[in-house]
Ligand binder design. Structure first.
Ligand SMILES: CC(C)(COP(=O)([O-])OP(=O)([O-])OC[C@H]1O[C@@H](n2cnc3c(N)ncnc32)[C@H](O)[C@@H]1OP(=O)([O-])[O-])[C@@H](O)C(=O)NCCC(=O)NCCSC(=O)C[C@@](C)(O)CC(=O)[O-]
Length: 284
């Protein structure tokens, strides 16, 4: 079975019209029944930066976790957000976007990479206090649209720092869909060999035509932790004017069957989640 993180937060965060809080709650409760390993359900960030998710605390109140084995993950972009996430023991993972592009770090969190690394260290302290776990996203991990210098080696340099801080889950993130099998495969192969204490996830934004080669490259390089969003909607509005789209979870499940793994999801619950997904994102 693949370790799947379903990311409705990533699908919703840049959606142009406000999704009513009750619709978010219904959708997330449906996703909680599907059997995903983790649900990236919302974020505690500035409501000015991401107005769509200003209701995350209210949404959390409405979630029914009683019959779900799925762990909750919330994205934060500063220490204030991390303290908010830390005050909710239902949240297992606190996700922080650390960018290997200085321009994107500034755009996304209004701070430098050096300051962001300091936040990662402090968030490790918060997690040590609460028993939660930090997930660091290496954003723009496969290139950026701003002309900032990038090479495959940069992922190694950042990972070394994260390893030193005791971070044990790192999601290699292709924020704008710039990766290719030629950059994905070596990244997962080399980092997995060099950092056995870290689980590397693939957070690969993609266009519909290239999903398979990207997932296959990561899988063949040993990756078993994939992020996706049903329908492939969304992306990061802080990255570019146009949302790239997410890795469609349906395709990840299809891939999982192709390689002979149990999808590990309840198909009836998945059908209901897809129905609510279509109501929110496709208006029917
Ligand atoms: C980090 C800041 C806040 C810095 O932004 P800033 O402007 O430096 O922050 P500030 O401290 O000056 O505060 C500005 C305003 O935000 C409020 N504020 C400040 N912090 C919080 C908070 N935690 N919760 C609630 N409100 C907050 C604060 O109260 C204030 O409100 P005002 O006084 O003006 O009314 C801002 O840049 C921000 O919120 N960024 C959000 C970025 C974001 O959510 N990006 C999308 C998620 S990351 C992603 O999608 C990438 C990922 C994970 O998928 C992986 C990948 O693909 O790469």
């Amino acid at each position: 079975m693949l370790y799947l993180t379903e990311c409705p937060r990533d699908a919703m965060q840049g959606w142009p019209t406000f999704i009513p809080t009750t619709d978010k709650i219904d959708y997330l409760n449906a996703l909680l029944k599907v059997g995903f390993s983790t649900l990236d359900f919302g974020s505690f960030v500035s409501p000015k930066a991401i107005p769509q998710l200003a209701d995350t605390a209210e949404v959390l109140e409405g979630l029914d976790l009683s019959q779900s084995g799925t762990m909750l993950l919330a994205i934060v972009a500063n220490l204030r957000g991390a303290e908010t996430a830390a005050s909710h023991p239902q949240i297992r993972y606190i996700g922080f976007p650390l960018s290997v592009s200085e321009t994107f770090q500034q755009r996304n969190t209004n701070k430098s990479i050096v300051q962001a690394l300091d936040d990662v260290a402090r968030m490790q302290d918060i997690c040590a206090r609460t028993g939660q776990q930090q997930v660091v996203y290496l954003s723009m991990g496969f290139g950026n649209p701003y002309g900032d210098a990038w090479s495959p080696a940069v992922l190694g340099e950042f990972t070394q720092k994260l390893d030193g801080l005791g971070v044990s889950i790192v999601a290699l993130s292709d924020t704008i869909g710039a990766s290719t099998p030629a950059t994905i495969g070596p990244a997962f192969r080399e980092l997995t060999a060099a950092y056995p204490n870290i689980r590397f996830g693939a957070h690969l934004h993609t266009t519909p035509d290239t999903w398979h080669e990207k997932v296959a490259a990561a899988y063949e390089a040993g990756c078993r932790h994939f992020d996706g969003a049903l329908g492939g909607y969304g992306g990061c509005p802080m990255a570019a004017d146009e949302l790239t789209g997410n890795m469609p979870t349906e395709r990840l499940l299809e891939f999982s069957t192709q390689v002979g793994l149990e999808p590990g999801v309840n198909l009836e619950a998945l059908g209901e989640a897809v129905r609510l997904n279509q109501r929110i994102f496709a208006g029917h």
